[in-house]
Design a protein around this ligand. Structure first.
Ligand code: KG4
Ligand code: ZN
Length: 340
């Protein structure tokens, strides 16, 4: 017998991207994201401006997602939305919208954990890709989080290690800011690094116990180095931009992989995935393939469009909750902090 077709509307508004997606089971029919240019001039996301922009974007984004999927509101079986973690004002826009629409359509409402959704993006239907099977290990690297997660099943995930201060994405963005690059700087570092020498400059590595991460020391070491060199030569950054980007990127990836390798050895696990915005980084993707070949891992790298924030990952997570009938009532609220 063929599988029943379930249509889920996914809504993501946890930071500065307003996104809506329609999935039929795990197949993406549409995935629309409106970014917010308003933050560029401030060099970071301004929460109040983000929530206002979400309010402006959410109706047209959902409308376009429905049109592109070729379905009507009455065809939707459930609405999945990010309830946290993230910026409270931003989350409230998606949460209120999802609650209102679910009430109007009399359909179930599903709350989704943003970081779990980054991981379950690996289960989106893609004929060209193998999917990980449970249990697998996922390095989740985004603008706000850096976590090593042991994924037992759709809902049961165990954090093995996480950052004690800055996230990897934050380290990319703050380093980019020191180099005079626009926000968010991760993709710019990635781009300039391709023409640079990753072994030209060295920065001090953190020493953190267990499987946890720290990036604040690396950030300070980059700052002091740049201050020292620009005092000697004011054009230092401009002249060395490519190799500075390549060396900073290499340092961040080294830190990430030191602990990732330790965890795979400790847990004896050989399915390794990456997820989150920083998993779009080309050198990180290459390193995972390389280490995978060397160590006999099966590796899983998300498609670019499912690395950074998107609603397809929210909808696919919602689909698995739908199968479990894991619904929430109208009393659900947005949560800036949400544990796993
Ligand atoms: O997952 P995401 O879209 O949002 C959060 O949940 O935080 O991640 C955003 C982060 C930003 O720090 C951004 O600079 C970083 O992902 N990022 C990258 C690249 N693309 C996005 N970092 C390094 N290289 C990239 N290509
Ligand atoms: Zn994210």
């Amino acid at each position: 017998m063929s599988e029943k077709s379930i249509h889920i509307l996914g809504i993501e508004s946890s930071c500065d991207d307003t996104s809506a997606a329609i999935l039929c089971n795990t197949k993406v029919l549409s995935n629309i994201t409106a970014g917010q240019k308003v933050h560029e001039m401030y060099g970071g996301v301004v929460p109040e401006l983000a929530s206002r922009a979400h309010q402006q974007n959410i109706v047209p984004v959902v409308d376009t997602a429905l049109k592109n999927a070729g379905i009507n509101l009455k065809d939707i079986d459930a609405i999945a939305f990010t309830s946290g973690p993230g910026l409270l004002g931003s989350l409230m826009v998606g949460t209120s919208f999802a609650k209102g629409l679910a009430l109007a359509l009399s359909i179930p409402l599903i709350e989704v954990h943003h970081m779990k959704a980054h991981i379950l993006a690996h289960l989106i239907d893609d004929p060209e890709k193998n999917k990980p099977t449970f249990p697998f290990l996922c390095l989740t690297v985004s603008g706000g989080h850096t976590q090593l997660v042991l994924v037992h099943d759709y809902n049961k995930m165990e954090i093995i290690g996480s950052t004690i201060d800055d996230a990897a994405g934050e380290c990319f963005d703050k380093s980019a800011k020191m180099l005079g690059l626009p926000y968010p700087g991760g993709p710019f570092i990635d781009q300039y690094a391709q023409k640079g020498d990753p072994n030209k400059f060295f920065f001090s590595k953190p020493k953190v116990p267990d499987f946890n991460y720290s990036f604040s020391g690396l950030k300070t070491s980059i700052l002091y180095f740049l201050q020292k060199e620009t005092a000697k030569n004011k054009d230092f950054i401009q002249q060395e931009l490519n190799s500075l980007c390549a060396s900073i990127q290499e340092s961040i990836i080294d830190v990430l992989f030191d602990k990732l390798i330790l965890v795979t050895q400790k847990l004896q696990i050989n399915q390794v995935a990456i997820a989150g915005g920083v998993s779009a980084n080309s050198a990180l993707r290459k390193r995972l393939l390389l280490e995978g070949q060397k160590r006999g891992w099966q590796t899983f790298i998300p498609k670019f469009e499912y690395c950074t924030d998107n609603a397809a990952m929210i909808a696919v997570t919602g689909y698995f909750s739908y199968l479990q009938k894991d619904f929430v009532g109208q009393d659900v609220v947005a949560k800036a902090r949400r544990i796993f």
